[in-house]
Design a protein around this ligand. Structure first.
Ligand SMILES: [Ca+2]
Ligand SMILES: [Ca+2]
Ligand SMILES: [Ca+2]
Length: 300
């Protein structure tokens, strides 16, 4: 017959160790199943159609991301300008690919998570039709490390001659060429200036100006100073494009200045246009220190 005290002590020790084992197992399982919080890879940029127009909210366009098996993993609306040259942002969930003893793969923390250097298929859906983009027509985009940012522009259309300009846009120049010296897209060079306005064909594509009309080019067409030390500048603006103004006193150090589309109006870092327009922007006022001031603009 067991001593009841001894029995109690044995039970107590037994329960203590059982609890310890349960605690250890719970902790171990938790460690196995829980992935540390892993920052997404962020892909962002400007998506635009084959004539260079950035997609806007009314276009019913989306960026679509698929894995190497062609399975859709992400889809995001394109439209709102987030910053100059950015109208879409994708947060790609990333998985660290944690292995136990470099052997056991515990699987991904969620089905649509990617690991580093995996293939991504990216395209633009316009009214439900997925269109390849010329930047990744023949090669896949690859994931980079968790927490990294990748800026890519996505241009729908085809680029058979690989010059970075959609062939559809190049055909526009060929159709305009009355001398017939340009007969194929290979004859239209990105570095050429077809209308001799000082902007290359590629620069005209990016600034959304007409490549066959020398009066349509991206430049400040009128500029003056107002009584309150504000400056006013005029230019031809294009829908979906964002404009920034920079100022310098020595032509080497440039600082972005705030702009407003009305005199003494609310200032902002950049201006985004919604239509074709002869646009005026106001900058300043600046201190009247008598130092000559230079201005320049960018379009994205
Ligand atoms: Ca091309
Ligand atoms: Ca030109
Ligand atoms: Ca032009």
């Amino acid at each position: 017959m067991f001593n009841p005290w001894l029995k109690l002590i044995i039970m107590k020790v037994f329960i203590k160790y059982i609890l310890l084992i349960i605690t250890l197992l719970t902790h171990f399982c938790f460690c196995l199943n829980a992935e540390p919080a892993t920052p997404d890879m962020v892909i962002y940029g400007q998506a635009r159609n084959s004539f260079g127009f950035p997609y806007i909210a009314d276009d019913n366009a989306e960026v679509v991301l698929r894995n190497s098996n062609g399975e859709e993993v992400l889809r995001r609306k394109i439209g709102t300008v987030i910053s100059p040259g950015v109208n879409f942002v994708l947060h790609v969930p990333m998985d660290l690919g944690y292995l136990i003893q470099n052997v056991i793969d515990l699987g991904r923390y969620r089905d649509n998570a990617f690991r580093e250097t995996e293939d991504l298929l990216i395209s633009v859906s316009e009214n439900g039709n997925e269109i390849p983009v010329i930047e990744y027509g023949s090669q896949n985009l690859k994931t980079s490390a968790t927490g990294t940012f990748l800026q890519v522009d996505l241009t729908t259309g085809t680029d058979a001659d690989g010059d970075g300009i959609p062939d559809e846009w190049e055909l526009f120049i060929i159709a305009d060429d009355e001398t017939d010296s340009l007969s194929s897209i290979e004859d239209v060079l990105a570095t050429d200036d077809y209308d001799a306005d000082g902007l290359t064909n590629l620069a005209e594509f990016h600034s959304l100006t007409l490549p066959n009309w020398n009066l349509d080019s991206f430049r400040i067409i009128f500029f003056d100073q107002l009584d309150n030390q504000q400056y006013r500048l005029f230019f031809l603006s294009k829908p979906g494009k964002s404009y920034e103004v920079y100022s310098s006193t020595d032509l080497s150090n440039w600082d972005r200045v705030s702009v407003s589309d009305t005199k003494d109006g609310d200032e902002q870092d950049y201006f985004t246009e919604e239509s074709f327009f002869i646009r005026r922007l106001f900058v300043g006022p600046f201190d009247d220190d008598g130092v000559e001031r230079y201005f320049r603009m960018t379009v994205k």
